[in-house]
Each structure stands twice: as C-alpha cells, then as structure tokens.
Design a protein around this ligand. Structure first.
Ligand SMILES: [Ca+2]
Ligand SMILES: [Ca+2]
Ligand SMILES: [Ca+2]
Length: 478
C-alpha cells in the first residue's frame, strides 16, 4: 500500500451562456484548428493517455481506447481536434477566460473563497445553488445546496420538495455483492468497503471510519479543497448544517453562534431573521423581537431601542402594543423544515430564558406520538412547558433537546411508506418507517429512541455493521 495513490477526475460543468466560445465557421470550430482521424492517430502510435494531456473530452478518449482494441471498426474516421492554449471542447469551441491552466483556475478559485466576506453572500449562493428544484429555501439570497437534497431534513419550506421521492432511497436494498451506503443512496462494490479512510466512496462516508482526527482535520478546511473528500461529501446526519463546501457544521441551529467559514450559516441566520423575511410583523414588533432575542443586531440599533430600558418597562409594553395576539418568529421554520417558534403578545407564560412560548409543527408528520394541545389557525402547537424540558443554560442545548424530539417525525413528505416491506422497520406508535440500516446506528430516528434499543441486531444479517460472535456479543462498527 506504500505506493498507493488515489487518482481523481473531477468533472466541472459549463453554464453555457456564461462561457466565451471561439468559433469561426458554421460547423462550430476555429479555422486554424488541427484535427486527426482515429486511424491517423493510431498510425502515429498516439496513446489514449496522450489524448488526455491535450484536453480531448473523456468520452472521446474512451471511444479511441475501444478503437485501439479493435481498429477495424467504423470508428476509424472519428475526428479528434487538437486544441491549442486554453481551448477545450470536442471541437475546441471553448476557451478559458484567463491565461492560466484549468488546474490553476480551480485552485485559485478555491483559495479565493477563504477571503470571501459575508457581503459576498450572493457570490456564495450563485456558485453553489442547486437550481433544478423549485425550492423556497427561505428569504433570498438563501438557496438550496445539493447536499440538502434527500438528507432527511425538510429544507424547502414550500412542501419539502427537497425530500420528495427520497423514501425510495430509504427502501433501496443493494445486491448481495455490494455494500449499501448508510443513507441508501449508493451501492458500492464490496472491495471499496473500508479500503481507504481518507477517500470515502459513499457520499455519507459510511464505507470508511470517518471519525479519525486526520479526517476531521482535512474536512474542517474543505472550503479550499476541490477534491472528492470535500466536494462529494454530504451532511446527512441529523443536526448537521451544510456549509455548502463540504464542511458540515454540527451546531447548525440558527440561534447558535457557531458558523461556517463559507458564511452560509450567517447568511441563513441573517436572512431568516431579516426585516424582509418577517414582513408579517410591524417594524416595532419585529425590532422588539430582534432586540429581545439578540440573534442578529445589525439591522436594529438595540442600544437605542425601547427593549434596552428593560423587559417590563420597555419591551413588554411595546410587544403588547405592536405584535399580533399570536405570531411566528421567525416566519420560517427553526428546524427540520416544519418546526416553528410562536409567541403571543400578552406573554402570559413567556419566560425570556426559554426562547419561545409555543412550538408549532406539522402534525401529520409527527402523528400519534406528539398530539398538539393548541390549534391556532392551521398550526398545531404545544406550549413550552408541555415538552417537559429541563432548564437549559444556552439556546443551542435547548435546540438539541428539541431536535431529539422532532427527529422522530417523518422525514419523507408523502407519509405513505409501506412499512410491510421486509427491510423496513416500523417505528412503534407512529407512521414512520425507517430502513433497518438505521437500527442501532447511534441516531434516534424513532420516538423514545426505540430504534436504538433494538436488541436483535444479529438477526439483521448486516455483517458490515455488526460482528456477531454470539447473540450476546455484538460489536457495532458504525
Ligand atoms: Ca433536505
Ligand atoms: Ca472506500
Ligand atoms: Ca437509528
């Protein structure tokens, strides 16, 4: 293994309208461009590898490889253009804007990200938006990151379309000669299981031990790393927030002070609590809530605000006067795409330390185990004290406790999983079905952690995860 070296071919895509092209004639290639047929190349003993070094498209190189193995085929007249300088494309019709190699452009672009400021948020979102779903990811310029598609958390507030159809992955079995990545999204050859801890093959990293100090160190600076370990890394664990660059922020909650170096978490927080994102409230009500919660303070001068005069003297009377009798703040969900904080303006029960008066959620996703006690309009809510939470010294711990309750709600938008399928586990007292691969995996998927208390892991026949020497000695590998 000493001379082992992982090679990576990283595809980059063109945004057609933004790419300068250099073409001279109707056929679409430059008059001076030199070209050869496969036959001419073969007669000159040109190898497939040499074509790679003159920026010939990979699919054409593969065809040439096939042709070299069998020169009598009809491929002999196939044309290969020899691109010069910064030209590329199957007819050299594209050229790079700068006089640098493509590799240098990629490296410089990734290095430049380290110096991006929050004001450049639009640049961040322009570069990493997943545009193929009509997703409402909250107030602009926040947008969907591809890592948020099928990650078991509703991120699009317009019906959770980022999770639509993803139950297919949950139900996806793999052939016996392959390893099933934990999230069900990939089946990889068995030989790729546990073969290289620094180059996982599963997007969720579940084929390798990704908890080593070295791995953690590499992925903590993913923003400037264009390789697979970062670019092909999802953030599928519950409670992780995708920074949009391969870094998964463990304390993702919007009340947390923790942040992504990409600035995506700050951008998210700023847009969710912004004036524009909370236009359902009057300015006085919104600014009082901003100064009360102190999550973002940039847009309001809280030193001069009435809340500064004190809770009962300044803030409470203003909230009573300026806010609706019942309101959401912020207007977008605080977690999992359907869990909201709500307040009433008379604040009868509201204790500033607990952060909210009501928690409201999509009842159909949490059926049976979390019946609401308050219905306000279309919202199903529970009062803070009805959650029987202990006292938390900071909002991050409070949100973690809330997540441990609400992650037992369904994570697929249709709610029509067929729990009778043999590889699915029915979470007791709910409509949620999970893959049996989620049993005893360290994450509570069912209410009261019933999936983690499962005692029959040896009967699951998942020998990659459980080493069963006898029914009594079970070792968890995940
Ligand atoms: Ca999602
Ligand atoms: Ca592997
Ligand atoms: Ca689990």
């Amino acid at each position: 293994m000493d001379d082992y070296k992982a090679l990576q071919i990283i595809p980059y895509c063109l945004r057609p309208l933004s790419m300068p092209t250099q073409t001279d004639n109707e056929e679409g290639y430059h008059e001076d461009t030199v070209w050869f047929t496969f036959e001419e190349l073969r007669e000159s003993n040109v190898t497939a590898r040499q074509l790679y070094y003159i920026s010939v498209p990979i699919d054409l190189i593969e065809e040439y490889h096939v042709y070299l193995d069998n020169p009598e085929t009809s491929l002999s007249e196939q044309i290969v253009f020899k691109c010069g300088g910064t030209q590329f494309g199957d007819m050299c019709q594209y050229m790079l804007e700068y006089d640098e190699s493509f590799e240098d452009i990629v490296i410089n672009t990734f290095n430049a990200k380290a110096t991006m400021k929050q004001e450049d948020g639009a640049m961040l979102t322009n570069l990493t938006c997943y545009m193929h779903l009509e997703c409402d990811r909250g107030p602009a310029p926040m947008c969907l990151d591809w890592r948020e598609v099928c990650d078991g958390k509703f991120d699009c507030v317009n019906g959770g379309i980022d999770e639509m159809g993803c139950n297919e992955l949950e139900m996806n079995p793999c052939d016996a000669d392959t390893y099933r990545c934990h999230n069900g999204a990939q089946c990889i050859p068995k030989t790729m299981f546990n073969d290289d801890p620094l180059h996982p093959d599963c997007l969720d990293g579940s084929d390798e031990n990704i908890y080593s100090t070295l791995f953690e160190k590499i992925v903590s600076v993913c923003g400037s790393n264009p390789s697979f370990i970062c670019e092909d890394r999802s953030c599928s664990r519950m409670g992780e927030f995708s920074c949009g660059d391969g870094v998964c922020n463990k304390a993702h909650f919007m009340l947390s002070t923790s942040h992504c170096s990409s600035t995506r978490s700050e951008l998210f927080r700023a847009t969710v609590f912004s004036r524009g994102g909370n236009a359902h409230l009057t300015y006085d009500c919104w600014s009082s809530m901003i100064c009360l919660t102190k999550i973002i303070t940039k847009e309001v001068n809280c030193d001069a605000h009435e809340c500064w005069a004190g809770w009962t003297q300044g803030c409470l009377p203003l909230i009573y006067q300026a806010c609706p009798s019942f309101f959401l703040f912020p207007s977008t969900p605080v977690m999992l795409g359907h869990v909201y904080f709500a307040y009433s303006s008379n604040q009868t029960y509201y204790d500033r330390r607990q952060g909210f008066e009501f928690i409201c959620y999509n009842e159909s996703l949490c059926s049976k185990f979390l019946p609401p006690t308050t219905k306000i309009g279309a919202l199903s809510c529970l009062r803070y004290e009805e959650l029987h939470l202990k006292a938390y010294s900071n909002s991050n711990d409070l949100l973690k406790a809330l997540l441990s309750i609400f992650q037992a709600c369904s994570t697929v938008s249709t709610g029509d999983n067929n729990c009778s399928m043999s590889h699915l586990f029915h979470c007791p007292n709910s409509s949620k079905c999970i893959s049996k691969h989620r049993l005893v995996d360290g994450t509570a998927d069912c209410f009261n952690r019933l999936d983690e208390d499962y005692h029959m892991s040896c009967s699951l026949n998942q020998h990659y995860r459980f080493e069963c020497l006898s029914e009594k000695s079970v070792y968890h590998l995940l």
